[in-house]
Design a protein around this ligand. Structure first.
Ligand code: IMP
Ligand code: MG
Length: 168
């Protein structure tokens, strides 16, 4: 497998500074519950919350998606631990591909009546999808990428940059 760097560590760092500021302003400096979608968003979440200027608490959620015979199914594998009713929530995911998992997570958390709910992804693939994130780090071509939390068969999550996987 061949890895070609798409977004460098420095580019991620710079973008996160701006993103953290933008998000903090959007929440008017109020306390935010950051909901990290495992596993892919763990590194992004850790770095992003350090760039946020508001008070932040962290929760984790895990969603399992699989394609059945006719349609995709999403399931909640691990839920957040604390109540979000009346609070500000920021859902953080690694990548927006079809949009299925973020749509599922948002629908699920909205039922619990947060005061405000926003979504943030590090990457957004340029393709047709059924969900729009409020904050996007980088728009990328519709290719399979790894690194900075994203994996292929659980590998490469540790890379400090984003790379395109090229089979040869
Ligand atoms: P969606 O629900 O189709 O938007 O898919 C989002 C999830 O699929 C992400 O949270 C990732 O875990 C995974 N995924 C989608 N595209 C990629 C990729 O290019 N590399 C690694 N994981 C991906
Ligand atoms: Mg994921």
């Amino acid at each position: 497998m061949n890895l070609k760097v798409l977004i460098t560590e420095e580019e991620i760092k710079q973008r996160l500074k701006a993103l953290g500021k933008e998000i903090s302003e959007d929440f008017n400096g109020e306390t935010v519950i950051a909901v990290c979608i495992l596993k892919g968003a763990f590194m992004f979440t850790a770095d992003l919350i350090r760039e946020m200027k508001t008070e932040v608490t962290v929760e984790f959620m895990r969603i399992k998606s699989y394609d059945g015979m006719t349609k995709r199914q999403d399931k909640l594998l691990y839920d957040i631990e604390n109540e979000i009713k009346g609070k500000n929530v920021l859902i953080i995911d690694d990548i927006l591909d079809t949009g299925g998992s973020l749509k599922f997570a948002t629908t699920e958390l909205k039922k619990r009546e947060p005061a405000k709910i926003k979504t943030c992804v590090l990457l957004e693939k340029e393709r047709e999808k059924d969900f729009k994130a409020d904050f996007v780090g980088f728009k990328i071509p519709d290719k399979f990428v790894v690194g900075y939390g994203l994996d292929v068969n659980e590998l490469y999550r540790d890379l400090p940059y984003i790379a395109v996987v090229e089979n040869d």
